[in-house]
Write a protein that binds this ligand. Sequence first.
Ligand code: PMP
Length: 343
Amino acid sequence: MFEINKLVRENVKRLTPYSCARDDYKGSSGVFLDANENPFGNLNRYPDPYQQKLKTAICRTRGVNEQSLFLGNGSDEIIDLCFRVFCDPGIAKAMIFPPTYGMYEVSASINDVEVIKVPLNNDFQIDIKEAESHFKDEKLKLIFICSPNNPTGNSMNQKDIEYVIQTFSGIVLLDEAYSDFSDEPSFIEKINKYPNLIVMQTFSKALGLAAVRIGIAISNPAIIQYFNRIKPPYNISTVNQEAALNKWTDRNVIKQQVGEIKKERERLTFELTGLNITDRVFPSDANFLLIKVKNANYIYNYLVNNKIIVRNRSALVDNCLRITVGTRNENDQLLNALKRITL
Ligand code: PMP
């Protein structure tokens, strides 16, 4: 039986959350003399701390109820909140499957949480046996699975993800930042089945609003309620809530852009595979490609000198570059530069 209270830090369970003026009075009309705001101007009021309008729109499309939804100041805030709710500094441990998104480990360090690293296997899939050997460790509270994974680009096997969620009695955060570029189904519909699952998505990738900083967590209401208790009260600005709402309701544009990016991803895969600098282009379910080349440092610097910036991921995966799929024109510039290269 999943018992949320066994997983939450004692101090977090005990604390009295900050009560802001907008918690005491929730109406939208009136003479507002409660929050020490400047009465003049049009961005003078504090934002809605629970982002009701935006949440209503997201819930409608995602088919979840509002108690199951949390919005963070980027996914990065949600990652940090997970540590702060579930991990006692200096005691708790978290598990990651490297090479993966760097913030899980950075956030762990900030929160003084030890990280158990279980490297992905040669197919960039989870080494289930090795992972499972740690599940009995009572200090292990949190597991991060990134699917599709950054920087490898592939999705984790659905069965493996589900096995980890079922077998591990702590919290599993499944980061689906890139899932809109994949044909694999999201795990959102499984949140009712698995109370220890947090599915995380973001406005920064397919939705094209990296500047707006909004991350989405969908989970069991008991977990969401703890996020709401400890988040900074006004974590998402009014301007950003409005920008996100406009984008969310413009589904056709998002669909069309994702379609174009996926088409360009296939073209880039084909073209890059044919270059003599390329050893391998890894299959991608995301909006980027991981490519193994003959000399990653040289090619990275050559591209920078040509004002084309990719990510050198050689420190994580030997001789690999991570290339974001751009517009057709940007991708052509990349390909033309790479065709001119002499090693
Ligand atoms: N998760 C993954 C896997 C990412 O690659 C990134 C950003 N590169 C994020 C989360 C962060 O997203 P956000 O902009 O919502 O903080």
